[in-house]
Design a protein around this ligand. Structure first.
Ligand code: LFR
Length: 477
């Protein structure tokens, strides 16, 4: 094996995507972001879609940039792809797309969601079978709507691939469903690494659309579609971005850390050998998604920095540099605590035309004043999301009888000191934030283990924590 191993991580988020070149040498991982691009869903008539062709173009541009950034004579040993959860493509036998790729924020699942939520017995049965609560973005509800709205699709399509599965397929020609992304669908059996017949039947999803999921770490084959990467191995990583982010957490092995991956969504959870399937877990909307090693990651989705991202669009003012971000956060910190906080779970926040107007409407109902400027909204949003984090943590402590000692925070929000402090204050336990591209690091970590450059994930986490910068936010009473 060469003294430095070069690997590429393709990490696609709902608001931006990036390609990162990793260099592993002497038990240290160095990252270089070689390509970053904005991502957004697009409205066409009443529907919202992803621009799949654009995403694939950006993936290829990024991988070429990764090759161009290599030291002379070096090559990229492997590549892994992760994306947000739930979204998927439908293909025919020739690998052609036979249905447009909807974005999970499309409102088409609302009727199905309402129906599932109102049918107590079905809700409980599906939760017992899959460990996933009802949510508008679930693949189950999306496919149920697709088949109902367009029954002929069951003749046209022969295969359903989640987005990372599809990009792997475009890279190397092998079509597989990967376990962690499959576990976001509400169609996977919670007790086995295979599909739930009960859920597939309930949502009327043709079972032949899926194959038994492969485990993260599976080598899928060599890149065939990009001559610059000929010879590079495509590895199925924990291809759900949250699973990769959780893998990168330098957690203490005693299980006393709570994990928080903060981006568009705040994913609050922990690692566990067993799923949480009680009535309380269903009421608290705990999703038992899978970890990279096939265990469980009970977690709650709290609406996260999507609120701030969208509000910034309304103000047409987005900080561009770290100094501008610092100024916004400092201005927000100086303001008095908001009189009332937002309920981030308000369905009006799912995909509003104007987030500012949606926030103002909720405040009006609560008879609370609307902030005057972007700093005011930033303060309100960070304090509200922080309280949302604390609520999720409190529910986990009640359900498990565990007492978490630290909140480990990665992702874009871990750089936002207002949010970190608000979380520590509301939860009453310290937040440890890492300057870490968590998702890309987890993606690369699994490649290193698959290539046998690192023994296992625990070893990787040990190496990683040895050289990580961290910042601790103690709760203020
Ligand atoms: C985060 C994430 C969440 C998932 C949401 C929708 O990027 O993957 O884990 O619930 O997007 O798919």
């Amino acid at each position: 094996m060469p003294s430095t191993l070069h690997l590429a991580a393709v990490d696609l988020g709902a608001t931006s995507g990036r390609v990162i070149l990793g260099a592993w040498s002497k038990n240290r991982l160095r990252l270089r972001e070689v390509h970053r691009f904005p991502n957004n869903y697009r409205e066409l008539g009443a529907q919202t879609y992803w621009e799949i062709g654009t995403l694939w173009h950006e993936v290829r541009t990024g991988l070429r940039a990764a090759v161009a950034a290599l030291p002379r004579g070096a090559r990229i040993a492997s590549v892994g792809v992760d994306t947000w959860g739930c979204d998927h493509v439908l293909l025919d036998d020739a690998g052609r797309l036979v249905f447009p790729t909807h974005a999970y924020r499309d409102t088409r699942t609302q009727a199905g969601l309402g129906h599932l939520n109102n049918t107590r017995a079905a809700l409980e049965r599906i939760y017992a079978a899959t460990g996933i609560p009802a949510a508008f973005y679930n693949t189950s509800l999306q496919l149920e709507e697709t088949v109902a709205a367009c029954p002929a699709v069951t003749d046209l399509a022969s295969r359903c691939l989640f987005l990372p599965d599809y990009f792997n397929f475009l890279l190397c020609g092998r079509a597989e469903n990967e376990l962690t992304i499959a576990s976001t669908s509400q169609l996977l059996d919670v007790h086995t690494p295979d599909w739930s017949q009960a859920a597939l039947t309930h949502f009327r999803v043709p079972p032949q659309w899926f194959t038994k999921p492969v485990r993260p770490g599976t080598k899928l084959g060599k890149v065939t579609s990009l001559p610059e990467l000929a010879g590079t191995q495509v590895i199925a990583v924990p291809s759900h971005d949250t699973a990769s982010a959780y893998d990168a957490m330098p957690a203490s092995p005693d299980g006393s850390d709570l994990f928080l991956s903060s981006g568009t969504w705040s994913l609050v959870g922990f690692e566990s050998d067993t799923p949480l399937l009680s009535a309380e877990a269903l009421a608290a909307r705990v999703a038992n998604e899978r970890t990279g090693d096939g265990r469980y990651r009970p977690l709650t989705n709290v609406v996260g920095l999507f609120l701030l991202e969208q509000t910034m669009n309304d103000f047409k003012a987005r900080p561009q540099t770290p100094a501008e971000w610092d100024k916004l956060i400092t201005d927000a910190e100086k303001l008095p605590a908001p009189a009332g906080l937002l309920d981030p779970a308000d369905p009006a926040f799912t995909a509003p035309k104007s987030m500012r107007a949606a926030i103002d409407a909720q405040l009006k109902r609560k008879k609370a004043p609307a902030p005057k400027n972007l700093a005011g909204y930033t303060r309100l949003i960070c304090d509200s999301v922080g309280r949302g984090h604390a609520g999720a943590i409190g529910a986990f402590e009640r359900m498990t009888g565990k007492k978490f000692r630290r909140i480990l925070m990665v992702g874009g929000g871990s750089k936002n000191r207002l949010l970190c402090q608000a979380t520590a204050d509301a939860a009453g336990i310290p937040v440890v934030s890492f300057s870490l591209e968590g998702t890309a690091v987890g993606n690369l970590a699994r490649q290193l283990v698959a290539l046998r450059a690192v023994k296992d994930l625990a070893t990787f986490r040990r190496h990683l924590s040895a050289d990580l910068e961290q910042k601790i936010y103690a709760p203020r009473s």
